[in-house]
Write a protein that binds this ligand. Structure first.
Ligand SMILES: [Zn+2]
Length: 342
């Protein structure tokens, strides 16, 4: 059952030889005493102490005391303790200690069961009151962030509305002392140009355009005045040897292509509306060097129209002013719409 201590056996063998030398070869008793064993087997005791129970040691010592032949190696202090217990109270010490250990184990077990029961009761109570738990819980992060950092609402940026194109119409001879041509019966050029210009203005405004109705010497007529289309409206003299209308641009135009396109658009639309012919041979420097064409911005397309002769075309100029205004409005609108007006 127990391993023997080699060191002790070797020591006991040497001691036994000495003892046998004194007592004879037939000595039956073991020569080594327990104290000698303790001293000799001290190094082996650390190994054996891990393998020999206290009870086994007690039994071993008891056996060794009755039969001094075999003694096993154990720790000296352990052997003393075992020997003291086995001699003073050989029956009660170990059972009492084990009883106390058993009581402590039972107490620990009961305490563990009670702790588990309390934990289970706590979890059950929390499960039955989820609303209160949620109320005590901190608010979710998603609800805190909007409160602390308000998301700026998108402020609508007003989109600037593009202004409609500006049209400038000059009512020839209006606003000044020069009434223009005056027929013998009193028909005045300024009367015709003013009414036609006003009607054309109304038509263009109804179509969404901005229209400036200008006097002959309007203070707005400067180099920085740049309408998208400029047209001065005049009428020819009270002669009867010529008939028809004419449209011309400035001779020294800075943008002749656009000016010519404006001329074509007004010419074609006015011809349709007025049913008058184009009288190209009477275009003079009074038209191509017209003073207002020199005043506006050089890049602003401009032209001048003579509505007709107040003599030969009198009926048209007096009775069809609406048609004449329509021809002008249509021509300007086609120009503003980008028509080539070929
Ligand atoms: Zn005139």
């Amino acid at each position: 059952m127990l391993e023997c201590c080699d060191e002790w056996e070797r020591g006991s063998a040497r001691a036994g030889e000495r003892e046998r030398g004194r007592q004879g070869e037939n000595s039956p008793t073991h020569p080594l005493s327990l104290s000698q064993y303790i001293t000799d087997c001290h190094s082996e005791a650390r190994f054996l102490r891990r393998r020999i129970s206290q009870f086994a040691i007690s039994e071993m010592l008891r056996f060794a005391q009755h039969d001094k032949i075999v003694i096993y190696c154990v720790s000296p202090s352990f052997v003393r303790s075992a020997l003291r217990n086995s001699t003073t109270n050989p029956t009660n010490s170990t059972p009492i200690r084990r009883a106390w250990l058993d009581r402590l184990a039972r107490v620990a077990l009961v305490a563990g069961v009670v702790a588990l029961f309390l934990a289970f009761v706590s979890l059950l109570a929390l499960w039955q009151r989820p609303a209160q738990v949620v109320a005590l819980a901190p608010a979710p992060l998603q609800t805190i962030i909007p409160t602390l950092i308000p998301i700026p609402t998108a402020t609508p940026v007003p989109t600037p509305t593009p202004l409609p194109p500006l049209v400038a119409l000059v009512a020839g001879h209006s606003g000044g002392e020069d009434p223009g041509a005056i027929c013998p019966d009193g028909l005045r050029e300024v009367e015709i140009t003013t009414e036609v210009a006003q009607r054309a203005r109304q038509m263009l405004e109804l179509r969404g355009y901005r229209v400036d109705l200008l006097a002959e010497f309007d203070p707005r007529l400067k180099r920085d005045y740049s309408p998208r289309a400029f047209l001065a409206i005049h009428a020819d003299s009270c002669v009867y040897y010529a008939s028809g209308f004419k449209v011309a641009r400035a001779a020294n135009s800075a943008s002749p292509q656009e000016d010519d396109r404006l001329v074509r658009c007004v010419t074609s639309s006015y011809a349709v509306a007025s049913q008058l012919a184009f009288h190209e041979g009477s275009i003079t420097t009074d038209m191509t060097l017209y003073h207002n064409l020199m005043k506006i911005h050089p890049q602003s397309p401009g032209a001048i129209i003579e509505l007709g002769f107040m003599g030969s075309d009198r009926a048209t100029l007096v009775n069809k002013r609406e048609q004449l205004a329509l021809g002008i409005a249509n021509g300007i609108e086609r120009f503003l719409q980008g028509s080539a007006c070929q």
